[in-house]
Design a protein around this ligand. Structure first.
Ligand code: FAD
Length: 590
């Protein structure tokens, strides 16, 4: 068993040499932060995750949260950890100063998210929705509600949740039946049953602000009838303090494959008092403020777990003697065997690329939020919109592959619990499912983002990669990687072109049939691009050995992983005929 070590060296390298951190710190919104402060905050954040969060991860997996007398009791040690989290000010890190936040750029959150998700996904989930809830209230709630709730979320005194899913309404949230009846005082009585709600009750804070999608009475069916409500767990008294219970009850906790420390709740709303956020019928549009924050966080869940699983397996491979190696006497550590090296390099390159892509998305979100001109903000928003589904799906699937290889590297010890490798896989398995399944991300990318923008978002992405390829310099490894990334981009160009033409012809079924391999191809290219940027750093201005490592990783990924770009392009362009001609029910033995 080894302990979690956050990737501070890699994060520093990324921020110093690849992501234009200086450009973000020069923006008026972030002038109160200089490079030294940002670095100190990041170092403290990863230290906190390693020394305080990670030690609880295994115990919370073994014991988990439980339901006692209708209330959720979190895994032992979690309330004390949360108290430290609050005291250290981490909930406020990137929230605006006007609401009690520290106003740091999303790049600071990126480092914290990378480390906390690697340290403990279950605990990270306890704190993520609060930040997302604050964002949605800042963007859409009335002034009084914002002033009352956001500072409490920023201080960590109160927590937040995201409440959408119902038994019959998952990806198709338009089927939601939870209803909201307007009362004479302008508030709403929210009633219905929601399922799978993370941290819907706990013993970490005295108040929980549930951000709930529900149908205001008389609203039309489908997503157009959905509105967004703030439903506190406890009604506030006249002094604004949490008072009596507000008709929100946890009915049961799910028994799950992983993240046992994160309670997944079935929740009944029994006429619970809710405050409308924004306008009736605008719920989905507003909820996207929260969903987008959550989607980047889920991408970081993937990147964080991939990084942690990789480091964990590497340390095992470096000390486990087994089998001989030509030219050396006696058993050698398994990291010497070519097949194990291949697994380690696949894990490390994939984990590095995941992290880099998430940081790139965070950088674009900073530009979208705080760019100096409307054009800069729009360009940042466009690139963030394009990258989000790729990062969410690409990094979560990467995490599964890395975690699975981590088990393989441990051999039989990986399959049993003591070595600690299998928890990464069990925990990571949810990430391609929630916050929009990866199938839904693929549809979003191919239809809304590609066809919906008539190719504009795609062109910005492809043009940026082309520009980077043309100015990429380096040794032979970099040149080899550059050629293969260029080939992958050519494949992607062809598929994008075909989808745009099919969109014009109304052949949407063909696009939907190829959407997932298209997203996978886009993720391969994006990963290759990020690894190339890590590799193309001028060795004179950085640690030379690290640059050499990055070059080897970029070449490895290009030569060993990216060859499947061609196959993905072929699969993406096969159309719907082969999929839709078959009667699925005939395959069933039932
Ligand atoms: C541990 C855990 C925590 C969760 N936390 C929360 C939370 O805090 N808040 C919350 O609101 N929800 C939460 N969820 C719910 C989660 O977001 C949903 O499970 C997810 O959105 C998928 O919905 P579903 O499970 O109903 O699957 P379905 O929507 O039934 O999907 C099943 C399969 O069909 C595919 N599919 C569905 N529709 C389409 C389509 N139109 N085209 C192509 N493929 C399609 C999907 O991709 C998937 O593969 C959580 C779930 C879990 C398990």
């Amino acid at each position: 068993m080894t302990t979690f070590q956050p990737a501070l060296r890699d994060i520093r390298y990324l921020l110093a040499h690849v992501i234009p951190t200086g450009e973000i710190l020069a923006l008026p919104a972030y002038r109160h932060v200089d490079a030294e402060t940002l670095d100190a905050v990041i170092a403290a954040a990863v230290r906190f995750c390693a020394s305080e969060v990670a030690p609880l991860n295994r115990a919370s997996d073994r014991i988990g949260a439980r339901l006692e007398n209708g209330r959720v009791v979190s895994a032992p040690g979690t309330p004390a950890l949360y108290a430290k989290w609050r005291a250290a000010g981490w909930p406020a890190l990137v929230l605006p100063q006007a609401f009690g936040g520290q106003g740091l750029p999303e790049l600071a959150q990126a480092a914290l998210s990378d480390a906390i998700n690697g340290a403990s996904l279950a605990f990270a989930m306890a704190v993520t929705a609060s930040r997302a809830a604050a964002r949605v209230l800042i963007a859409h709630a009335d002034e009084a509600t914002r002033r009352l709730y956001v500072p409490k979320l920023a201080s960590g005194e109160w927590a937040g949740t995201i409440v959408m899913t119902e038994p019959h309404a998952g990806s198709d949230i338009g089927l939601a039946r939870t209803r909201a009846a307007k009362r004479a005082d302008g508030r709403y009585a929210v009633s219905g049953t929601k399922i799978f709600i993370s941290w819907a009750d706990h013993d970490l804070t005295e108040q929980i602000a549930h951000i709930v999608l529900a149908r205001a009475e008389g609203g039309p069916p489908g997503v157009r009838g959905l509105s967004l409500f703030l439903v506190p767990a406890r009604r506030l008294d006249e002094a604004g303090r949490p008072g009596i219970a507000n008709g929100v009850r946890v009915l049961r906790l799910e028994e799950k494959m992983g993240i046992h420390g994160s309670p997944t709740c079935e929740v009944a709303f029994d006429g619970a008092e809710g405050i409308l956020i924004g306008a009736e019928g605008d719920g989905i549009r507003q909820m996207f403020t929260m969903i987008n924050t959550m989607r980047l966080e889920v991408a970081f869940e993937g990147a964080g777990i991939a990084g942690a699983a990789c480091d964990h397996a590497l340390r095992y491979a470096l000390q486990r003697p087994q089998g001989s190696v030509a030219g050396k006497s006696g058993p050698q550590v398994i990291a010497e065997h070519p097949d194990v090296r291949r697994m380690i390099l696949t894990m490390k390159s994939t984990a590095d690329a995941s992290r880099a892509l998430c940081f790139e998305a965070a950088y674009r979100i900073d530009l979208a939020r705080a760019g100096e001109t409307a054009a800069a903000r729009a360009a940042g928003a466009d690139m963030a919109a394009w990258l989000l589904p790729i990062a969410k799906a690409g990094c979560t699937e990467a995490a599964l592959e890395v975690a699975s290889l981590g088990i393989q590297i441990h051999g039989g010890h990986g399959y049993v619990r003591d070595a600690g490798a299998e928890q990464f896989y069990r925990d990571a398995r949810i990430t391609p499912i929630f916050e929009g399944t990866n199938g839904i991300q693929a549809i979003d990318l191919a239809t809304r983002k590609l066809i919906g923008s008539e190719g504009r978002l795609y062109r910005a992405f492809a043009d940026r990669i082309k520009a980077d390829l043309s100015r990429t310099k380096g040794n032979r490894a970099v040149r080899v990687a550059r050629g293969i990334v260029q080939d992958g981009l050519n494949d992607l160009d062809e598929v994008a072109g075909q989808f745009l033409a099919q969109g014009k012809e109304g052949a949407l079924d063909d696009v939907l049939a190829g959407a997932k391999p298209f997203l996978e191809l886009a993720a391969r290219v994006a990963f290759g691009w990020m690894l190339l940027r890590l590799a193309a750093v001028d060795a004179k201005g950085a640690d030379e050995t690290t640059v050499e490592e990055k070059r080897a990783l970029a070449r490895f990924y290009a030569e060993h992983v990216m060859p499947d770009c061609e196959a993905l392009a072929l699969s993406a362009t096969q159309g719907a005929k082969g999929l839709c001609a078959i009667d699925m029910a005939r395959f069933s033995n039932g």
